[in-house]
Write a protein of this length. Structure first.
Length: 100
């Protein structure tokens, strides 16, 4: 079941992916699944509850850690926005690499 969350107009199309990633919050580095991705953000499923407004650093395969802000959170799923969007070519490469 899709979590309920505020309707936010998307700035770029998202692609469904299912890729293992890591994220860092404060000093802890944790594993997670990225379930969808756009140039402007991602949906993260983790074993940790994230708080709206929290800053996390997400590491996608083959990329340096990228800052993301939690925009919504329900249970163990959170929607995060990149303050600096992915370059379209980088986004395409990640999606291709992740089978999306």
């Amino acid at each position: 079941m899709e979590p309920s969350r505020p309707m936010i107009e998307r700035r770029s199309p998202r692609r469904v992916v299912n890729v293992r990633a890591q994220y860092r919050r404060r000093v802890a580095r944790l594993g997670a699944e990225v379930v969808d991705l756009s140039e402007h953000g991602l949906r993260l499923q983790s074993s940790d509850r994230l708080a709206v407004g929290e800053i996390v650093w997400v590491t996608l395969p083959g990329l340096e850690p990228r800052r993301a802000v939690v925009m919504w959170s329900e249970g163990f799923i959170a929607g995060c926005s990149f303050p600096e969007p992915l370059h379209p070519a980088v986004f395409d490469a990640v999606v291709e690499r992740c089978g999306g």
